[in-house]
Design a protein. Structure first.
Length: 123
C-alpha cells in the first residue's frame, strides 16, 4: 500500500475510533464532556497495531517467514497488540469521559467487534 494511502487510512481509523467512542458514550451513558481529551487520547490505541504492522512489514521484506515459528510469533504478537490496544482504548475512554472501567470496556469491546467485522467484510 502506498505511503499516502497508509497515512489516510491511519487518520480515518483515528477519526472513526473517536467518532464511535463519542457516539457510544453520549448515547449509552449521556457523557458529553471532555470531547477534546477523547479526540487526542484516541490516537494512543493506534500505537500497538502500528508496531505490529511495522514488524509484519519487516518480516515480509526480509523473507524471515522461512525461519521456524516466525509466523506463529508474529500471530501471537498481533493478538497481544490487539489486546494492548483494547486496554489502552478502555483506559482512554475511562479517563476522558469519567467512566468506570467496566463501562469504558463495554465501549472499547463494541469498537473491537466493529473492527473485526469490518476486517472480515473487507477481505
Amino acid at each position: 500500500m502506498p505511503l499516502l494511502q497508509t497515512i489516510a487510512l491511519a487518520i480515518l481509523s483515528w477519526l472513526t475510533i473517536f467518532g464511535i467512542s463519542e457516539m457510544l458514550s453520549r448515547g449509552i451513558y449521556k457523557k458529553t464532556e471532555n470531547t477534546t481529551k477523547l479526540l487526542v487520547g484516541s490516537t494512543i490505541p493506534l500505537i500497538p497495531p502500528t508496531i505490529s504492522m511495522g514488524l509484519n512489514i519487516l518480516v515480509k521484506s526480509f523473507n524471515l517467514r522461512f525461519f521456524p515459528r516466525t509466523t506463529l510469533a508474529i500471530s501471537i504478537f498481533f493478538l497481544f497488540s490487539e489486546v494492548w490496544s483494547l486496554w489502552t482504548l478502555t483506559y482512554t475512554i475511562g479517563l476522558a469521559k469519567d467512566l468506570k472501567p467496566t463501562k469504558a470496556a463495554l465501549i472499547a469491546l463494541i469498537i473491537g467487534y466493529i473492527n473485526l467485522t469490518l476486517l472480515q467484510l473487507l477481505k
